[in-house]
Design a protein around this ligand. Structure first.
Ligand code: ADP
Ligand code: ASP
Ligand code: MG
Length: 439
């Protein structure tokens, strides 16, 4: 089995949906197709939920009607026959009537998840109808029957494997399955999701559950680039990346992959391949356990970081101080990304601000606390770069005009990270590409 995940742009127009059908039907191996919502849809649904939460129902209603109109146009141009245009329109109206029910009743935070789930439900239903119209045999499997997260919001791998296997056994001989990315059920059986960009993660979880040969992430760019193309002009695709390199890059902000995608694939040793739907002949990037050689492969940046400094005379020569600090973050289930220490202070960074005030209140018991918002982690990633004497020198030379708040070096051999104010991100990314890749 091969897993093929197609992102928002890849299914973003009727022409692209046709391309996706061609690509999936032309594969020799049995395929599990994982689809995102059509591009822009999840953002619109988030906006609709926002209006519903604020009880601005007329704006929600307007936006629902606008989106429905758009989907009805997609149906008109995607299908070639009246039969499928009728079936497609009825399906679209069913989903939008469901969305309208939320404008009539009280809207709760839990229902936001039901609203945003409609994007993937719509894209997969349209795709399945299109395959049927083209006489391409396929089965649509509802992801809500087998993708589940536990109470810690972590995927329940055992549940996923058991339930997905049971679903597949119902359709012996089927060579093409279609399912939704992103959406799942939580430990209470409610509709939930794997966070924004989560369809990549769905593909990886399914790949591992089925012990797939490979997981192909089809997107709108020809592979994993050596820097963020949204901020840097001359970036280049990287042919081969190791799991460790890709995992660090995704975790530290490379938007091309959801931050958790590589983790399950790495454990199972399943290669993850990134390809361009609009240019399938391009080589793309292969992420596997093959060593890729020493050197910086790519730069990534993660925004929305807050730095916290705790200064305390009690830290001097004291043991147990760090434990107390970490316990506070553990108590509030807030992961720490970077950490540096000095004689009497410790600085660390977080990106989840849900419990910031409680964390500050607790830390204040141990010393003075300073908080800096709007920070960005910029990291250079590549096998063994901390053992290469020139890399750090080149990196700091490149960003000599950027104020650096923290440095992390040696935590892993594959990563050198700096924390800078977000307004210097573009300058830092461009300077690093120029210096490290001679662009
Ligand atoms: P999809 O909808 O297919 O999931 P995404 O928008 O989530 O696509 O991810 C692809 C986009 O990620 C690219 O169009 C590009 O703008 C952005 N991106 C950020 N960093 C990188 C990188 N290092 N390499 C390639 N693309 C990147
Ligand atoms: N549709 C979801 C999003 O926009 C999931 C995804 O595209 O991967 O975040
Ligand atoms: Mg994505």
């Amino acid at each position: 089995m091969v897993i093929m995940k197609f992102g928002g742009t890849s299914v973003g127009t009727p022409e692209n949906i046709r391309l996706v059908a061609q690509l999936t039907a032309a594969t020799d191996e049995p395929v599990m197709v994982v689809l995102s919502a059509m591009s822009g849809t999840t953002n619109s649904l988030v906006e609709i939920s926002g209006y519903l939460m604020q009880k601005i129902t007329c704006r929600a209603d307007e936006k629902i009607c606008l989106l429905e109109k758009y989907y009805l146009q997609v149906v008109e141009s995607l299908f070639g026959t009246d039969e499928y245009r009728e079936r497609g329109s009825a399906m679209v109206q069913y989903h939008f009537n469901y969305l309208r029910t939320f404008t009539q009743d009280l809207f709760t935070a839990n229902e936001v998840k039901c609203v945003v789930a409609q994007g993937e439900l719509l894209s997969t239903a349209l795709f399945q109808f299109y395959l049927e119209e083209q006489n391409i045999p396929s089965v649509l499997l509802p992801a809500l029957n087998f993708i589940r997260i536990d109470r810690e919001q972590e995927p329940d791998q055992y549940y996923i494997r058991e339930n997905l296997t049971r679903e597949l056994e119902k359709y012996p001989g089927t060579r093409l399955f279609v399912t939704q990315g992103f959406i799942c059920r939580n430990a209470f059986g409610e509709i939930d999701n794997l966070k924004r960009g989560g369809s990549d993660f769905t593909a990886s979880l399914i790949g591992v559950a089925l012990n797939a040969k490979e997981i192909i992430i089809w997107t709108d760019i020809d592979g994993f680039h050596d820097n963020d193309p949204r901020y840097v002009d001359k970036t280049h695709p990287i042919a081969e990346l190791s799991f460790d390199e890709a995992a660090e890059l995704a975790y530290f902000g490379a938007k091309i992959l959801h931050p958790s995608t590589i983790v399950p694939a790495r454990v199972a040793g399943i290669p993850v391949i990134i390809k361009n739907t609009m240019d399938p002949g391009a080589r793309g990037s292969t992420i596997s356990d093959k060593p890729t050689g020493i050197g910086v492969k790519a730069i990534a940046a993660k925004d929305g970081i807050t730095a916290i400094r705790i200064k305390s005379g009690r830290m001097l020569l004291a043991y147990g101080f760090m434990r107390k600090v970490f316990e506070i973050f553990e108590l509030y289930k807030t992961p720490i990304d970077m950490i540096t220490t000095s004689e009497i202070s410790v600085s660390l960074t977080i990106d989840d601000l849900t419990h910031l005030q409680q964390i500050i209140d607790n830390l204040s018991l141990y010393g003075t606390v300073e908080v800096d918002h709007d920070q960005t982690i910029v990291c250079a990633v590549g096998e063994g770069i901390t053992s290469e004497p020139n890399t750090a020198a080149d990196l700091f030379k490149a960003i000599r005009e950027v104020p650096v708040r923290m440095i992390s070096y040696g935590g892993s051999q594959n990563n050198i990270s700096v924390l800078i104010p977000s307004k210097f991100k573009k300058q830092a990314l461009n300077a690093l590409s120029a210096q490290l890749f001679n662009h």
